[in-house]
Ligand binder design. Structure first.
Ligand SMILES: CC(C)(COP(=O)(O)OP(=O)(O)OC[C@H]1O[C@@H](n2cnc3c(N)ncnc32)[C@H](O)[C@@H]1OP(=O)(O)O)[C@@H](O)C(=O)NCCC(=O)NCCS
Length: 155
């Protein structure tokens, strides 16, 4: 494996991001939505690049000023279990924290055992269930992880 670099996504990355999306989810986001997030999630749209190729991406949003929402994360099928998803999630959490988020929040398909294991490994805990969130009988678990405060205490 070459050096993997996490950086901000740009529009030239979209075809490779969409290819990862299409091969990772049963109901992928349309390419147009992934493109729109470039503007909506500025500064919170990350890609993992190795030798110029996109190996994964992660999109986040800040909600209610204090909640970082992981909108989507996926790594290329043949690049999984190499730590790339962790690099993306760690950087997203860092950015959430810098922007003042107190916790990271996400929804995950309750049958997506791989992703649930991944999030548990990263310290996320299940705090709720959204019934039929992804469609009929496709429920979502809500998982969160508290983030340490970066505020400097004033004396
Ligand atoms: C979830 C996903 C992003 C993880 O990416 P990744 O690059 O494979 O993650 P990492 O290599 O950093 O995994 C870190 C740890 O998470 C856990 N983990 C990751 N994938 C796992 C799996 N398939 N089964 C069990 N545990 C898993 C392991 O503890 C792993 O550490 P280890 O390999 O040393 O055992 C990737 O599997 C993926 O793209 N899945 C399809 C899209 C998806 O479901 N996204 C989440 C939507 S909510």
């Amino acid at each position: 494996m070459g050096e993997v670099i996490i950086s901000d996504a740009n529009e030239f990355d979209l075809p490779q991001i969409y290819e990862i999306e299409r091969t990772s989810f049963p109901t992928p986001y349309p390419e147009g939505l992934l493109r729109a997030y470039l503007f909506i999630a500025e500064g919170l749209y990350l890609v993992a690049r190795e030798d110029g190729q996109i190996k994964g991406y992660c999109i986040g949003l800040i909600q209610y000023r204090h909640r970082g929402h992981v909108i989507s994360i996926a790594t290329k099928v043949d690049s999984r279990r190499k730590g790339i998803g962790s690099m993306l999630l760690n950087e997203m959490e860092n950015r959430f924290q810098i922007l003042g988020s107190k916790y990271s929040y996400l929804e995950v398909d309750y049958k997506n055992i791989d992703a649930i294991s991944f999030y548990r490994k990263h310290g996320y805990i299940v705090v709720g269930l959204k019934r039929n969130y992804y469609g009929r009988n496709r429920h979502a678990l809500i998982m969160i992880k508290p983030l340490p405060s970066t505020r400097v205490l004033e004396s």
